[in-house]
Design a protein around this ligand. Structure first.
Ligand code: NAD
Ligand code: ZN
Ligand code: ZN
Length: 353
């Protein structure tokens, strides 16, 4: 294959100060290190995490100035001398975990998201809201040649994260999972993965657009948290035998659902926390947690094997969550909609415009 021409400068969306807007401007194209690849990003999904990073919502220091983005799909255009298993022209993806040490006790046991020296795309290192992004070769997602780069982008964080969360829930085929924040980017993916895994879903979110999208995707019931008089009762009633869903996947970007889930989850059920609302705390009555044997746990993206599996569901045509495409230059308008919970599904930015 002929060597592609790599420009010296590129367009990017840059956050210059915590809490400030994104600035669309030209920045230098980075050079990959020996164990890295340079990727010409074509499309990148916009995750709510990118907004948390921009706003400095979490107790974890964020790089400034920052190029956000961690659902970037593109083509390898250059690579370091140690990279032997990826070729120029290969389709790959930037995901949240950009790199890890590969040698700590977590990395050795394929729990690399827990690596104490992990680097995070669009957070501790620049991410995919630029035309040329760098990823550690060991960690970039391998995208099968036949997959379309636009529609696979949201799989790289949203798809992977909810697939892992569903596995962590321990729910088995035929059982029910409540998806909280079901109409958002992660939620719409969760309904699709759950369906493909033989699970039934109860969707919880707000507004009619989210109702329409979640029911179309295959949720068995929709509960509108903005309208219900008794959410706990409604969720339990929505389950097939009235005893509540076997698992709850908490994807919402607000604290209240994290305080409610223990009241409606089935006895012996599992609550999986995935969403990361700023400054939020979990709450559950000790008595119920004990006598109803409830499990409460966290789930954080996925490892390299989870990535391969999540992509394989997509490649097989089982995951078709809705998304809209806008130019990279319009990223700020996506954040404006996100703050107001007005996005049903995902926005994907076309990095060429
Ligand atoms: P999103 O904005 O697309 O979706 C969030 C949804 O939650 C919206 O549809 C909103 O209407 C809904 N919601 C808000 N309040 C609610 C309530 N009280 N009850 C039910 N629904 C409610 O966001 P997203 O991109 O899907 O991300 C969701 C969260 O997951 C973010 O906090 C993000 O940072 C986090 N996240 C975590 C991981 C992880 O590894 N754990 C990975 C990716 C994203
Ligand atoms: Zn994400
Ligand atoms: Zn490590």
């Amino acid at each position: 294959m002929s060597v592609p021409e790599i420009p010296k400068e590129q367009w990017a969306q840059v956050v210059e100060t915590v809490g400030g807007p994104v600035v669309y401007k030209k920045i230098p194209v980075p050079t990959p290190g020996p164990d890295e690849v340079l990727i010409n990003i074509k499309y990148s999904g916009v995750c709510h995490t990118d907004l948390h990073a921009k706003n400095g919502d979490w107790p974890l220091e964020v790089k400034m100035p920052l190029v956000g983005g961690h659902e970037g799909a593109g083509l390898v255009v250059s690579k370091g001398e140690l990279v032997t298993d990826i070729q120029l022209g290969d389709k790959v993806g930037i995901k949240w975990l950009n790199g890890s040490c590969m040698n700590c006790s977590f990395c050795r046991q394929t729990e690399e998201p827990l690596c104490p020296s992990a680097s995070l795309s669009g957070y501790t290192v620049d991410g995919s809201f630029q035309q040329y992004a760098i990823g550690k070769a060991a960690h970039v997602a391998r995208i099968p040649a036949e997959c379309d780069l636009e529609s696979i982008a949201p799989i790289l964080c949203a798809g992977l994260t909810v697939y892992k969360g569903l596995k962590e829930s321990g729910a088995r085929p035929g059982e029910e999972v409540a998806i909280v924040g079901a109409g958002g980017g992660l939620g719409t993916m969760a309904i699709q993965y759950a369906k493909a895994m033989g699970l039934r879903t109860i969707a919880i979110d707000g507004g009619e657009e989210k109702e329409k999208v979640t029911l179309e995707l295959g949720a068995s019931k929709y509960i509108d948290f903005t309208k219900t008089k008794n959410l706990v009762q409604d969720v339990q009633k929505a389950s097939a035998d009235g005893l509540g869903p076997k698992a709850v996947l908490l994807l919402a970007v607000s604290e209240k659902p994290f305080q409610q889930a223990s009241e409606y989850v089935r006895s012996r059920g599992t609550i999986v926390c995935v969403g990361l609302p700023a400054g939020a705390f979990l709450k559950a009555p000790v008595f119920d947690t004990v006598v109803r044997m409830i499990t409460i746990k966290g789930s954080y993206v996925g490892n390299r094997q989870d990535t391969v599996e999540a992509i394989e569901f997509f490649r097989r045509g089982l995951i078709k969550a809705p998304y809209k495409v806008v130019g990279l230059s319009e990223l700020q308008s996506v954040y404006d909609l996100m703050v107001e919970h007005k996005i049903a599904g995902r926005y994907v930015v076309d990095v060429s415009r």
